[in-house]
Design a protein around this ligand. Structure first.
Ligand SMILES: CCCCCCCCCCC/C=C/C(=O)SCCNC(=O)CCNC(=O)[C@H](O)C(C)(C)COP(=O)(O)OP(=O)(O)OC[C@H]1O[C@@H](n2cnc3c(N)ncnc32)[C@H](O)[C@@H]1OP(=O)(O)O
Length: 280
């Protein structure tokens, strides 16, 4: 059975955790076949808070260091939402020190995912804007559920902010320069068929087949000897990652200057207010 291949690892935000005695990320070692599942669970929308980013990195590090694991399926535990992207409340009305810590955590997660030695397959079972899309773009393969609500893309410009160069590079490396340029400037969120057409995802399947498809794809990738696949991945990705590694502090300073501007704070607040007012 395909499910027998899978081990479970749940990332939760501390505020949603049961008793503090339980570990934040649960890493079970029952699996024998070396495939783990990281399920993002930060209700209601799987926003990537500082805490979730940190926990994600720790979980990945554990998996990287545990040689029984060769692949990870990244998916969501929140119905209909893969991830709403970076937690906007982390970028609004906070101190410079907080912004710096938050941005370093975003960088760290991107670097860990993008350069991971593990095979990463995104099983995208929900809408996936901005940072949510970025997570999936760092994976080696993307399977998207065929639901017209499950848009995916880097929509930063629609919030009045700019996708940083390494977000842009990740998209360019996936869909090519022209598609990325248009998608980034317009802040396009692609419905499944369009996402497949432009190469933002590799496969679109019925919603109830996302997980099993991700497992089948994983088996195909794991059939390749690790050392050869890992070196090839590094050849393809390291030059892009190195551009950030060489200027991480400058990138943080850039972010600080940008996000502290009154005009950017105003845009982010207005966007958050719009989201909140949607209900009422
Ligand atoms: C020159 C170069 C310089 C570069 C310097 C860097 C510049 C900055 C770079 C910043 C990069 C940003 C990356 C990001 O990821 S920004 C986040 C983008 N995300 C979005 O646009 C998605 C927003 N959310 C939605 O569209 C919907 O919430 C969604 C479709 C995901 C779900 O809809 P649903 O109807 O189910 O849920 P609600 O909208 O009612 O939301 C429920 C509550 O969750 C809150 N929420 C939603 N998204 C976020 C978020 N990203 N962060 C924080 N909070 C979020 C929403 O407000 C609701 O809250 P309340 O319950 O309190 O009302």
């Amino acid at each position: 059975m395909a499910q027998d291949l899978v081990d479970g690892l749940l990332i939760k935000a501390r505020s949603h955790l049961p008793p503090p005695s339980e570990p934040l990320g649960k890493l079970s070692k029952r699996d024998r076949k070396g495939v783990a599942v990281i399920k993002l669970k930060n209700p209601p929308v799987n926003s990537l808070s500082l805490e979730v980013l940190t926990e994600f990195v720790i979980s990945l590090e554990k998996l990287e260091n545990d040689k029984t694991f060769r692949g990870v399926i990244v998916t969501s535990d929140c119905p209909g939402i893969f991830s709403a992207g970076l937690d906007l409340t982390e970028m609004c009305g906070k101190s410079q020190a907080h912004y710096a810590e938050f941005w370093r955590a975003v960088q760290e997660l991107w670097l860990r995912l993008y350069l991971s030695n593990l095979v990463l397959i995104a099983a995208i079972n929900g809408v996936s804007p901005a940072g949510g899309c970025l997570i999936s773009l760092t994976c080696d393969y993307r399977v998207l559920a065929d639901n017209p609500k499950y848009n995916i893309g880097l929509n930063e410009t629609l919030l009045g902010v700019v996708a940083p160069s390494w977000f842009k590079d990740t998209l360019v490396n996936t869909v090519g320069h022209r598609t990325a340029e248009r998608a980034l400037q317009l802040g396009l969120l692609f419905p499944p068929a369009e996402a497949l057409r432009v190469g933002m995802v590799d496969q679109v399947v019925p919603e109830d087949q996302v997980h099993s498809t991700a497992l089948s794809v994983m088996a195909q990738w794991l059939a390749v000897p690790d050392h050869a696949r890992q070196l090839t991945k590094s050849l393809m990705r390291k030059p892009t990652a190195d551009r950030l590694v060489k200027q991480r502090d400058a990138d943080i300073q850039y972010f600080l200057q940008f996000v502290s501007r009154d005009s950017i704070q105003k845009s982010l607040r207005m966007y958050l207010d719009k989201l909140r007012q949607k209900k009422g």
